[in-house]
Design a protein around this ligand. Sequence first.
Ligand code: HEM
Length: 590
Amino acid sequence: MLLKGKLSDVEKVSIVLDLLFAGFETTSGLLSLLVYFLAKSSQALQNLKDEHRALRRKKKEGEPLNWEDYKQMEFTMMVINETLRCGNLVKFVLREAIKDVDFKGYHISAGWKILPIISSMHLDPSLHENPSEFNPWRWTDPATSKKVTPFGGGLRMCPGSELAKLEAAFFLHHLVLNYRYGKVFKSYIFGSPTIISCDLELNKFVLQKEGKLFQSSYPKPIRDILGKHSLMIVSDVERHKKLRRIEVGLINKFSSTSNFLGDIDKLCISLMESWRGNQLILFSKQAKQFSFNLILMNLLDMQPGEPLGLQLLEDFLTFMKGFVSIPINLPWTPYAKAVKARTRISSTLKQILNEWKNRKDMQVQNGQQKGDPFDEILVKEDLISDVEKVSILLDLLLAGYETTSGLLSLLVYFLAQSPQALQTLKDEHLAIRKKKKKGEPLNWEDYKQMEFTTMVINETLRCGNLVKFVHREAIKDVKFKGYHIPAGWKVLPILSAVHLEPSLHENPSEFNPWRWTDPATSHKVVPFGGGSRLCPGSELGKLEASFFLHYLLLNYRWTMKEEEYPMLYPYMDFPKGLLIALETETKNVN
Ligand code: HEM
């Protein structure tokens, strides 16, 4: 065609260059974007696979694709169109007005440049529902195609649009039939071959088969710092069972003492009091202090401010810093300081244990035995060594501290951005307070009435993902859902990926406590892990957060003073400390 045409040689070369230039970046970009979006959208990937498998079934072995096949790729077309809408390969085009133009009240003078921004139209919320969500199904509505112009329009509309789509469709056909990728994949991290699982069923399977097919397998630096007696580290089934029975018993015991709820209540009130007159607070630090004090009171039977408690806090903070540092054991490194701090914490906890023991001996001598919750550890002293007892206390301190404080920060963060959830929550707590006498502390009955509060906490755990993943190892060759996991391989069930999976949760990045009215939601969310290692502190953490919310809502309104996002270091935290402005709530009932 080029040879026969009446074009100059320069024009012919320019045409070839045009096609090369226009076709190269755009087609390769489109393929990359397809791989990128499909890797994150398992439902779309599955539909695509089904379409291409069905096509392939109708063909002979090795038979190439033809036009007929291409015309049947309806869902593929939707995926490609949605990729073009979300990916915005061409963000804008350049034009110039050749005459004065008046349109919709705008005046554009002749000679002025105009940049029609195609991408802003594609992501305009008034044109597309949840525009940043990759949702190929929106293309079942014929109106969508009228609001999307990835190939430009008019006389200059891209002449290669059909070709690019066809190439992408053929590429996808072979990609999805030949390769698996997406929710479960192999990798090499923490120095070991590892299976990363973002698949709900596989994650649940791994957690449920603890001790039979999988075992806990935390990286060496974490093992070293937690100590070999830590519940999270112990992999021997019988030892884990024994230690866990004692830890769960201890949590249950202190949760059932008469002053347990009263102590939490008092601590919440004193926190609210300490904020009087303050307009700005760095909430993340306050939450950590509060969560540590809760542990001191509940677990160690100490009052906040006691010298031993302050010493423990200082060592504990050093310990936590080293816990997330590079594991180099030289005297000045945070890691080495953490190892030393752990030794000091152990000896403080040992001292506390001895004090309890002496107190108990005295009580026995005086015939006034009280059935202390700590008997759980002391009485069973023949079952476990002193080192194990200290490790149990350290486990609870460590597991309860970052998680509870993180949960409180996340609650403050999400609620500051969700006025409707905040109002519903406030109504629930005002109703509870109205039924009580002035200053009357909260009790179990009140807690049981906090239905919307529980939904808010659950949604915060789903969106906030305090624990992103857990560490496991296959102890046997495992086959599950077509995946093969060789014995000895590490497995990381990624809890957070499941929580933010669009095929499981509608608009997963939206904070929506009402999704918990559907009982199915709780089966698709595992913030506390599962199986025989299911978090034994889950109920305690939720109760503490509920009490805290009660007093916060009745006493204050708050706004965030800086743009902030929760980040992982690897604990969840707010880089700027979650600065909030407080205003005293005037609608308080009593
Ligand atoms: C409030 C938010 C909390 C979250 C999101 C959370 C999350 C988790 C998760 C995901 C695990 C499983 C780890 C694994 O499978 O390897 C776990 C284990 C554990 N948690 Fe929690 N936790 C929370 C609060 C607490 C509290 C308040 C305590 C204690 C006072 C606690 C004590 C423990 C202990 C001792 C384990 C180890 C269990 C075992 O290995 O058998 N947690 N937690």
